[in-house]
Ligand binder design. Structure first.
Ligand SMILES: *Cc1c(COP(=O)(O)O)cnc(C)c1O
Length: 237
């Protein structure tokens, strides 16, 4: 067994344990394997172990891997900060974008999504920890943006995403995740197509699942530590 296969099994066990702990059905929770900075060969190993959903943070790097692997069985999620000048590649190559946080980006993605493809699945990124440095909109601004996106024919509003500030205390992790879950439930009431809460990384996965996350994003625990020196040399977005 390769180490990636072994790591994937361990992560899946952690997800099952977290789901069992709070009585949730494992089928409600998707594991998104975050492959940023990792070579296509690492993704192929994960594919061989049954993984199908991959997350990338850097537009060009992600597009290169999508080209290289060219496998319709895979689902590609863009999860990095998105600048307007890179939106076209996301619209043309990815299946999902988790980081829509303003009208301008949504509008560009909608205009640029090719007619031959299904609508781009979109999550609105919420700045749940109210950090100046973090991307995402404030919860108060969510209803207006959701309504705008819901009216865009080439986008499909699927839900919310957040990257809470690092926090080691479980109770405090849970409190933040529950705020997101509440906003998610409200959004579901307003838009029946909403089914995805992208929340939870390696350190807060259990709290996110307890709160109601439907998609956890895990990189290092699957692919090992990232070499950012190398990454910075390869791309600069
Ligand atoms: C890198 C990244 C992850 C995965 O982080 P790890 O610590 O490697 O598990 C998850 N979500 C987002 C948005 C990321 O950028």
């Amino acid at each position: 067994m390769t180490s990636i296969e072994h790591n994937l099994q361990r992560v899946q066990l952690r997800i099952s344990a977290a789901a069992a702990q709070c009585g949730r059905d494992l089928k409600e929770i998707t594991l998104l394997a975050v492959s940023k900075t990792k070579p296509a060969s690492a993704i192929e190993e994960a594919m061989a172990a049954g993984q199908r959903c991959f997350g990338e943070n850097y537009v060009q790097e992600g597009v290169d891997k999508i080209h290289l692997l060219a496998n319709p069985a895979l689902t590609w999620h863009f999860i990095g900060p998105l600048q307007s000048n890179k939106s076209r590649l996301v619209a043309e190559y990815f299946d999902w974008c988790h980081t829509v946080d303003r009208f301008r980006i949504a509008s560009r993605l909608n205009d640029q999504r090719p007619a031959g493809l299904a609508a781009l699945n979109v999550l609105i990124q919420v700045n749940i920890s109210d950090e100046q440095s973090k991307a995402g909109i404030m919860l108060a601004d969510l209803p207006a943006l959701a309504q705008q996106i819901a009216e865009m024919p080439r986008l499909k509003l699927r839900g919310l995403m957040a990257i809470p500030a690092p926090e080691s205390d479980y109770a405090r992790q849970l409190a933040v995740c529950q705020q997101m879950a509440q906003a998610f439930k409200q959004l579901q009431q307003d838009y029946p197509g909403v089914d995805t809460l992208s929340l939870g990384m390696s350190d807060d996965m259990a709290a996110a699942i307890a709160a109601g996350s439907t998609m956890v994003r895990i990189g290092t625990a699957i692919f090992g530590a990232r070499d950012y020196g190398q990454a910075a040399a390869n791309h600069n977005n």
